[in-house]
Design a protein around this ligand. Structure first.
Ligand SMILES: *Cc1c(COP(=O)(O)O)cnc(C)c1O
Length: 395
């Protein structure tokens, strides 16, 4: 039985009649731009995340861009962001003429290495932009403390982690701005591109709201140069149907992750990452070698509530592509997030050397990672198929 990496239809098709009703309602009133469903959906996200203000926007990428614009990031300003993340994180920085400065990541949770971030702060640094990657929060307390110490702002790229928690706090709401994405493969997956910007700051919210509509307030009177960062009414209406079910979607992913961890840990050569090795790669490697580990399973830090946007294995000994080929041959969906770190992207090659230095752990994990199917609608038979294929490979 083939198992796809993601099956959006399995989640969306059961909602067909409700989605059609939402569509029909918007079709009838015809207010396709900033119609009433927009405010409803924004309130739902604000309630779900506890953010004071939620602004729907055209994409997760535009949410990042808008956050940086609202913080008045200028050409030459430096923004610290992890080297191991999706391109948009740093792309948004570059589009404003600002300079992304890449930090290394933790080998256990794949998120920003705060000690490395500290080393890379300069007089030009304005923002720290941690990413809550794969559904798990970055270590926010030290990041926020570092920002405070140096008078920096923080933007949480929460594209992959809406609803995840850090020490009981909601991802995206712990700093100046949080950004969400409703790209179809995210945990709250929409029907096209869209996203959300959240903040607890009244003035920032108001400024971002104006920038969202070309910086005009009132309409046709422009104090600022903004953009068109609006989310369609239709998309808001459709996502309102799904947001009501979000807790279940998350629970389903968490159940799948628990099942994988329980079953895969039983295999020889498969071990779960040890959170104690967060700060010391050498200790980790000795420990992994002692167990003849071939595959390292992901782990959720105890203080985190992980929402499993990805279930990402690390395959040791240069064998990652071999496991991928094996799974592909067995018709098990899998993919590499991400094969090339941002500091190694061609488009950033002419950044100053100080932007691109010291990302060794990022380079290493980019060569080891492989994500396997974790979407909520996977059946037990499908999960077992994935486990059997991995068992066959490690045997
Ligand atoms: C998906 C994603 C984005 C961009 O979101 P879009 O809605 O696709 O523009 C930004 N950052 C990260 C980490 C992402 O995974």
């Amino acid at each position: 039985m083939p198992v796809p990496l993601l099956d959006v239809n399995a989640q969306n098709h059961p909602l067909e009649s409700e989605l059609q009703a939402a569509f029909t309602q918007v079709l009838k009133h015809g207010r396709f731009i900033m119609g009433p469903e927009m405010e409803t959906f924004e309130k739902e996200i604000a309630t779900m995340t506890g953010a004071k203000h939620a602004l729907s926007v055209s994409s997760g990428t535009d949410a990042l861009l808008l956050a940086l614009m609202a913080l008045n990031i200028q050409p030459g300003d430096e923004v610290l962001c992890p080297a191991f993340t999706f391109f948009a994180t740093a792309g948004a920085v570059s589009r404003l003429g600002a300079v992304p400065v890449f930090t290394d990541v933790c080998p256990i949770c794949f998120n920003m290495d705060v000690n490395d971030a500290r080393k890379k702060i300069t007089a030009k640094t304005k923002v720290i932009m941690p990413v809550h990657l794969f559904g798990q929060c970055a270590d926010m307390d030290p990041i926020l403390a570092l920002a405070k110490e140096h008078g920096l702002k923080v933007i949480e790229d929460t594209a992959q982690s809406i609803g995840a928690q850090y020490k009981g706090r909601q991802a995206g709401t712990m700093s100046e701005f949080g950004t969400y994405s409703f790209f179809p493969s995210k945990n709250l997956g929409g029907f096209g591109d869209s996203g959300m910007l959240v903040t607890n700051d009244d003035e920032m919210a108001e400024y971002a709201r104006v920038l969202r509509v070309h910086g005009g307030k009132p309409k046709y009177y422009h104090h600022y140069v903004g953009g068109n960062f609006r989310m369609d009414t239709l998309q808001c209406a459709l996502l309102s149907v799904k947001v009501k079910r979000y807790a279940q979607y998350t629970a389903d992913r968490q159940r799948n992750a628990t099942h994988y961890i329980t079953e895969l840990s039983k295999l020889n050569g498969v071990v779960q990452a040890n959170p104690a090795h967060c700060k010391c790669v050498a200790t980790q490697d000795t420990w992994l070698a002692a167990q003849n580990a071939k595959i390292v399973l992901p782990v959720s830090y105890e203080h985190n509530s992980h929402i499993w946007n990805q279930f990402t294995l690390r395959v040791l000994g240069g064998k990652r592509d071999a496991l991928r080929d094996h799974l592909v041959a067995k018709k098990i969906g899998c993919d590499i997030y991400y094969p090339v770190t941002l500091d190694q992207q061609k488009c950033f090659a002419n950044l100053p050397a100080s932007s691109l230095s010291g990302c060794d752990v990022s380079h290493r994990v980019a060569g080891e990672v492989l994500s396997i199917p974790i979407y909520g609608e996977l059946t037990e038979a499908q999960r077992n198929e994935v486990i059997a294929a991995i068992a066959e490979w490690v045997a």
